[in-house]
Write a protein that binds this ligand. Sequence first.
Ligand code: GLP
Length: 249
Amino acid sequence: MDIIICPSPNDVATKAAEILAEHAGGRMGLATGSTPLLTYKELIRMHEEGLSFAECEAFLLDEYVGLAPSHPQSYAATIRNEFTNHIDIDDARVHSPQGDSGDPHAAARAYEELLASTEVDIQLLGIGADGHIGFNEPGTSLNSRTHAVTLHPQTIADNARFFDSADQVPIHAITQGLGTISRAKRLLLLATGQNKAKAVAEMIEGGLSAFCPASVLQAHQDATVIIDDEAASLLAYADYYRFADANRP
Ligand code: GLP
């Protein structure tokens, strides 16, 4: 794992955008949540300065069950509002699981098939406070494929801020599995803020375990983690990671 610790969330975004920009013409896995927003802003700024995404194909990690793409809180709508509507990617090239098909298991299989027919060059990831990535909650098989899940009450509570009230948050979602995510050639996980420090420490310095789904990055051949000082605050080896980043071989 390549661990980069930055002073602030803005620095995390600048570094992440720099890496993602190298893949603007490739197949990019996108993530929702508030953490990547500054990165998307930076990529939009780079687009305004000439970076083209016209050849890009984008794949979302997950979607709520029951929400149509037109629903403002669906991840399909969110990624468009926050990122892809502001760059030159054709909307038909932005893919996500179909949350409102009526059969989440069939929708999960269809999305897995789509992903199996391509190779994602770089997958952007956030991390939940309980160590989840995508919507793979603790206990998810490290080799899982795209599947329908029941969200943890904490995840529902965490995501309630995007809805009018907690009871509007769907309790089910369709997510790329940990095995699906791991097929991407490169993984790029971002985390900022004190409330992610415990999950970040478990992901990097805990065991490889389904109990911390993000620990699957430990088994990937090209995983980069970019975090701010607060998210790094519980890492036992933080000083070493800073030293190694400043003195690359
Ligand atoms: C949701 C998403 C994840 C995201 C997580 C953290 O559960 N499914 O992909 O990483 O939230 O979100 P945030 O960045 O807002 O803390």
